[in-house]
Design a binder for this molecule. Structure first.
Ligand code: UDX
Ligand code: UDX
Length: 463
């Protein structure tokens, strides 16, 4: 079994960069990325590489090299499915907003629709690869659907979860810590696993390609994210304790991180983690554990989310408290809206929740983010449905210039760790603010000593 043609359903933050790198590294494999969203496909095909829909450092060059050669973006889903030997499913799997498992379980509607479409149009045997994070045992659902609705065609299902982090996607894909491929432990299953191993082996050392049974692979993806998120919640829990004592969270993080058994990564205290995966995957884990009656396991992981919600609310309340317990009519400048730097993705960004809480207290917010489109910020707020869309537009303004954003503000809140924030002329910002001028650094990235010398009142997280 040799993979010569790949189709990927879903041209999002995962499908887009992952397929671009595969096409870039394997010029002899034809890779077609399809999506229902025509505007998104049009953006991937835009002649101006700056207009591709996902912002990731280095991605433009990769796409530029492969696009039109062996990398294609299309809305003709059926054609791409039928001609492919391997189909990656990379559609989104948001948390259910209705019915059983609302607020926790993943909505598998899209996955099921993809499976039915694949079954309907396929005329040759195919390897089906779960790329999206899915609840454990989704592969068996896929298998059922494909087996019973197909036209005699054989489907082999693999789980190949993506571990790329946004903002470093290209680097993570080019030099991954590991590639995980799970499949059925039968002769046919192992043949399919090997076919996919051959693809990655073009640029990933074999010892970094791990193969497992399919359930281990599915569960490993959820747990990898749960462990990472748990570290952030752990350090954030201590940040609150630091604020009540004389301890400084950055010093504590450094002290514990130098223990090689603990390690230094993912110990940065923050206003809270965001992104499309952490919360969703933990909720998934919690839901699965509870469905097996494992309440202690479920409660254990749920606490990671509770801590994160607490951290976001605590940050908003800290702003209010330090602004003399009222923010009504006060301008608060937000630097950053994305859930982390170097991405234009805002899913579950802490900024959304902090803004919502401040707006509830009738603050006026102005936002500057170097990469997030204006429209997205309103979409994020409107999605919470706390107030009407017109009220959101009235209370929150979006600026294209950081200096205008901070002008006449009572306070600045740093929500994303964009590097450029440190390079600003902070004296100029200070001169144009109302006094006393406050900075609330939700990412602990600014030079506090310098800001204090200028005259700012500075608060960080955990120090
Ligand atoms: C990621 C991960 O893949 C997934 O594990 C996680 O559940 C959500 O986040 P991502 O690529 O970031 O997915 O999602 P997104 O950027 O929303 O892209 C998904 C794309 O799939 C969208 O462009 C959507 O239009 C498309 N889609 C969705 C289809 O083409 N067909 C469908 O049936 C559903
Ligand atoms: C994550 C996983 O890292 C990746 O392997 C998986 O495939 C998808 O989910 P991503 O969500 O893109 O990636 O970003 P990540 O770098 O993990 O950051 C998640 C959130 O945690 C961000 O809001 C980030 O700012 C926050 N974070 C991270 C902290 O607050 N402190 C830290 O020390 C690290």
């Amino acid at each position: 079994m040799i993979i010569k043609k790949i189709c990927c359903i879903g041209a999002g933050y995962v499908g887009g960069p992952t397929m671009s790198v595969i096409a870039n590294q394997c010029p002899d494999i034809k890779v077609t990325v399809v999506d229902l969203n025509e505007a998104r496909i049009a953006a991937w095909n835009d002649a101006d590489i700056n207009n591709i829909p996902v912002y990731e450092p280095g991605l433009g060059d990769i796409v530029n090299e492969a696009r039109g050669r062996n990398l294609f973006f299309s809305t003709d889903v059926e054609k791409a499915i039928d001609e492919a030997d391997a189909i990656f499913i990379s559609v989104n799997t948001p948390t259910k907003t209705y019915g059983a498992g609302k607020g926790q379980a993943a909505d598998l509607k899209w996955i099921e629709l993809c499976a039915r479409q694949i079954a309907r149009v396929s005329t040759s045997d195919k390897i089906i690869i779960e790329k999206s994070t899915l609840p454990v045992r989704t592969a068996s659902t896929l298998k059922e659907i494909l087996k019973h609705t197909g036209n005699g065609v054989k489907f082999h299902i693999l789980s190949n979860p993506e571990f790329l982090a946004e903002g470093t996607a290209v680097q993570d894909l080019l030099a991954p810590d590991r590639v995980l491929i799970g499949g059925e432990q039968t002769d046919e299953g192992i043949k399919s696993i090997n076919a996919l191993v051959e693809v990655y082996a073009r640029w990933v050392p074999l010892e970094k390609i791990l193969t497992t049974n399919i359930w281990s692979s599915e569960l490993s993806k959820l747990t990898a994210n749960a462990f990472l998120a748990q570290r952030v919640s752990s350090i954030n829990s201590l940040s609150e304790l630091c604020e009540y004592t004389e301890a400084d969270i950055n010093e504590v993080a450094k002290a514990i991180g130098t223990d090689s058994r603990i390690g230094s990564k993912f110990l940065k205290a923050s206003v809270g983690f965001g992104g499309s995966c952490f919360q969703k995957d933990i909720l998934n884990l919690v839901y699965i554990a509870r469905s097996y009656g494992l309440n202690q396991v479920a409660d254990y992981w749920e606490q990671v989310i509770i801590m994160n919600d607490h951290q976001k609310l605590r940050f908003a309340n800290k702003i209010i408290k330090n602004l003399y317990n009222t923010v009504n009519g006060k301008k608060i400048a937000f630097l950053g809206w994305a859930f982390k730097k170097d991405t234009n993705d805002t899913r579950e960004s802490a900024a959304i929740y902090v803004a919502d809480h401040l707006l509830y207290e009738q603050a006026e917010i102005s936002v500057y983010d170097p990469k997030v489109p204006e429209q997205q910020i309103y979409v994020d707020l409107d999605y919470l449905a706390t107030r009407s869309s017109s009220e959101n537009k009235q209370l929150l303004k979006i600026e294209n210039d950081p200096y205008d954003t901070c002008k006449n503000a009572h306070a600045i809140a740093v929500l994303t760790e964009w590097d450029e924030f440190n390079d600003y002329d902070w004296q100029r910002i200070f001169d144009n603010m109302l006094k006393p001028a406050h900075v609330f650094d939700g990412r602990n990235i600014l030079d506090k000593t310098k800001l204090k010398q200028i005259g700012f009142l500075v608060n960080g997280v955990g120090s």
